[in-house]
Design a binder for this molecule. Structure first.
Ligand SMILES: [Zn+2]
Length: 127
């Protein structure tokens, strides 16, 4: 049975709304006409969709929150690693610097000793 548009009398075309609900649409004025119970069915379906969407959003939010937590922990752990590594490097630099200073001091003493021997040798040769 073909219905006609209450506004302009065009023959309405059945269209499927949200997969399950069939509605009548006017191709002329684009009006949509609902049979008894269809608005309620659409409302129920909208609520159902809303619930699905809410559940999905809750799940997605939880997943994202978990991921952020994981990343924060990873960042914290890596920051701790970097800090420890920096401390190790600083200790190595300090040790190398102290060793270098000791070597410089030892070479200065050696140089002074050699100069002393040299001057003694020169004095002995002159004498
Ligand atoms: Zn119409």
């Amino acid at each position: 049975m073909s219905l006609s548009c209450p506004r302009d009398r065009s023959a309405l075309e059945p269209q499927t709304y949200e997969a399950k609900i069939e509605i009548d649409a006017c191709p002329t004025c684009r009006g949509v006409w609902l049979d008894q119970g269809e608005l309620e069915a659409i409302g129920a379906r909208t609520i159902e969709e809303q619930k699905k969407l809410d559940a999905y959003l809750t799940q997605a939010t939880e997943t994202i929150r978990t991921k952020i937590l994981e990343l924060e922990q990873k960042l914290q752990s890596e920051t701790a690693d970097v800090t420890a590594h920096k401390a190790r490097l600083a200790a190595q630099v300090e040790a190398a610097s102290a060793s270098c200073a000791r070597e410089v001091a030892r070479l200065q003493i050696e140089r002074d000793r050699l100069q002393e021997i040299c001057s003694t040798f020169i004095v002995e040769r002159r004498g």
